[in-house]
Each structure stands twice: as C-alpha cells, then as structure tokens.
Ligand binder design. Structure first.
Ligand SMILES: Nc1ncnc2c1ncn2[C@@H]1O[C@H](COP(=O)(O)OP(=O)(O)OP(=O)(O)O)[C@@H](O)[C@H]1O
Length: 365
C-alpha cells in the first residue's frame, strides 16, 4: 500500500494530492499534459521536495510533520525515465550490477538473473548501451531498476520515446512484470491504450488535483468523469479464452457477465487472460433480444446511469452479468452512446433490463 499526501507550489502550478494506491499491480497516473503526473511521481521518489507525507508498506519515506525525510537513494524504489539513462561506459551487465551494488545485501530480493530473464535481455549482457536499440535500452533500464529489489517501481512514460514497433516490443515485457512481480508499479502515461492494457488502478489528475482514483474499469465507465464522455469513450472488459473454433477463427471468451465471441486470426491458448476495448459508439441497445442479426454479441444488461453527451447524444452506462439493483459485487461495466431520440423512443430508464448489441471490439495487444 502506498499512501501519499503531497503539496507543491510553483509559479503557475500547484500539486495537491492525497493518494492511496494498492500494494500490487499497476497504478496509472493519467491526465492531460501539464496536469502534474511527472511532478507527482518525482515527489514520491523524493526527486522533488513536495510537502506532506509518503509511506510505502508502512515504511515512512517522508513526514514533514515529524521532520522525517529520506533522500531518494535511501528509498527502496526503482525509477524508469522516458529515455533510458544507462551508463555509456558500462556494458549491460555492468549497468545492472551497478544497480545491485547500491542495494544492501539484506534487501536483495529480486535475483539479478530474474530481472534479466523477465526483461529478456540475457543475450545482450556483454553489449555496450550505444549498440542497443531504444527498446532494448529501455528493457535494460527496467532490469537495472528491478535488480535493486525495490518496494515500488516508478515509471515515467517508459514507452514515450519509442516508435510504435519498439513500443510493441517492450509492452509484453511490462505485462509480464505486472503479472509476476509482487511489488506495485506506478506508471505515468497519457496513452489510454497503455493504461487500459497495463493498469488495474488509475489516478485521474487535472491541474495538480485528483479528479478520481479507483479501478480502471470503473473509472472508464463513470458517467461523471471525462473519460466516459465523447466519441472516444470506451469500456475495458477482462476475459479469458474458453475455446477456439479454428474453422471459423472464432474464439469464445468468458467474462464476468457472460460470453463473447471474437474473430481471432492468431488464436490465444485456452485459459489466456485478454483485455478487450469496447467503444461506446459500437454498442446499441434494444428492448428485446434481436433476432436475425449478423451481430455476434448480444448481452443482457441493466442500465446503471444515463447522461447527455453532446448535442443530441446520450451516454448510457451498463452492467452485464448482474442486475443493477443486485447487492452482489461484480459484473462488467459497458458504455453505449446513442442518439437522444433513440433513448427517448425506447423510454430507457435507470434500472431497466435491456439487450446490448456489440458491433465491434478490439483486443488490447
Ligand atoms: N522544473 C520545473 N520548473 C517550473 N515548472 C515546472 C517544472 N517542471 C514542470 N513544471 C510545470 O509544472 C506543471 C506540471 O508538470 P508535469 O511535468 O508534472 O506535468 P505532466 O502531467 O507530467 O505533463 P506531460 O504529460 O506533458 O509530461 C506544468 O505546468 C509544468 O510546466
């Protein structure tokens, strides 16, 4: 668990946040350019001198009320910058060993071979940084940060300096880290695709303040947040591959709310976890189950909320798998963007059970 209360004032900017971040998985710091994501991350690391309190797993890194302050090198953290900052005069092996030397023996929990293996850089150990691609350099920088056995990994847009191909090369390693590490990762990004793919938790920042923090799937579909507004609004669905029909290239995916069918040219193994992005504009609603339609995915859903969304449009938040009034937790959130005319014609109301037709969805990988 990471708790941080941070305040910092600059001429044109003030950071004032109170964060409670889970002790596992990836938390994304998300928001528009200049909202304070990097400042927040640097303040957590002690690279900026914000006022307040920071505690990681009950270890206090900073508490101004108690006049406590640990400098960055005494905080058990790994920091990955946008551009990998490797020591040019040291080999890959030397760079990783440098991180290791910095760590007291009693704190070494991640064997250096494990960091090397997780990032797939075993074959690069003798190489010098100048001979590496951008993606490889960044993987080495992440391994070096991990080799220090941090209690938390702080990453500031680690993919931002990479082209699309390099990004695609590094992303699977980040996913792997997320799955196999027991430490939390705080990940700055302004790319919703990255957030949807990597993060389970999200802090939404605007002008130095927290607009909302919570599960990514919930924040994406909260009608009172800007993420669930406009033409690009989308929900993320976590699912598991249940079976694959090779004849039709059609996979059946199981999720908390039912089953979905997806044409997959490159089928994933049964049991694989996948994430799907379902755009609000690709979901339409009907009062009864449509028949004789080419649409593969039709789900019974209940209406959680509705909100005007631009001229003549309505955004509807939906719950698949559990009735809206059910006390049971769970189910999966979806969004549908409809014309106000249709919403009125169907007399849609909060709490109603309807059918969602999903015209398309994208696999996030
Ligand atoms: N060293 C600095 N001195 C003065 N102002 C700064 C400094 N660094 C950042 N700022 C300002 O502080 C605010 C927050 O910057 P920050 O870099 O944290 O935002 P961000 O959300 O990470 O932005 P981006 O997505 O563009 O990287 C901005 O208004 C920025 O101009």
């Amino acid at each position: 668990m990471i708790e941080a209360r941070l305040q910092l004032t600059r001429t044109d900017f003030a950071l004032d946040v109170d964060l409670q971040l889970p002790g596992r998985g990836v938390t994304a710091l998300f928001g528009p350019s200049g909202c304070g994501k990097t400042t927040c991350l640097r303040s957590l690391a002690g690279l900026e001198r914000a006022r307040g309190r920071v505690a990681v797993n009950q270890t206090v890194w900073q508490d101004d009320a108690q006049k406590q302050w640990l400098p960055t090198h005494r905080r058990a953290l790994g920091y990955v910058f946008q551009e990998a900052s490797l020591f040019a005069h040291l080999s890959v092996q030397g760079n990783i060993a440098y991180g290791l030397r910095r760590t007291p023996a009693e704190r070494r929990k991640v064997p250096h071979e494990h960091a090397v293996e997780l990032l797939g850089i075993g074959h690069l150990l003798e190489r010098m940084p100048s001979t590496l691609s951008g993606g490889e350099r960044q993987r080495v920088a992440i391994a070096r940060a991990l080799a220090t056995s941090p209690e938390v990994l702080l990453m500031d847009e680690p993919l931002a300096a990479l082209d699309a191909q390099r990004k695609a090369e590094v992303l699977p390693y980040l996913e792997q880290l997320q799955r196999s590490l027991l430490i939390p990762i705080v990940y700055v990004s302004h790319s919703m695709d990255e957030v949807a793919r990597l993060a389970q938790h999200m802090v939404l920042l605007r002008a130095g303040q927290v607009v909302a923090q919570g599960a990514v799937t919930e924040l994406l579909s909260s009608l009172d947040l800007p993420l669930a507004q406009g033409d690009l609004a989308a929900a993320v669905v976590q699912a598991r591959v249940q079976s694959h029909d090779t004849g039709d290239c059609l996979s059946t995916l199981e999720f908390d709310g039912g089953k979905l069918l997806l044409v997959m040219n490159r089928p994933r193994a049964v049991g694989t976890l996948v994430q799907l992005r379902v755009q609000a504009r690709d979901v339409s609603l009907s009062l009864s189950r449509p028949e004789g339609t080419s649409i593969l995915n039709i789900l019974p859903v209940s209406i959680l909320g509705m909100r005007e969304d631009g001229p003549g449009q309505v955004m509807v938040s939906l719950q698949a798998g559990r009735p809206a009034h059910s006390a049971a937790q769970g189910g999966t959130r979806l969004l549908a963007r409809l014309s106000r005319h249709s919403a009125q014609a169907l007399e849609l109301q909060v709490g109603m059970q309807v059918f969602a037709q999903i015209k398309g969805m994208a696999l996030l990988d």
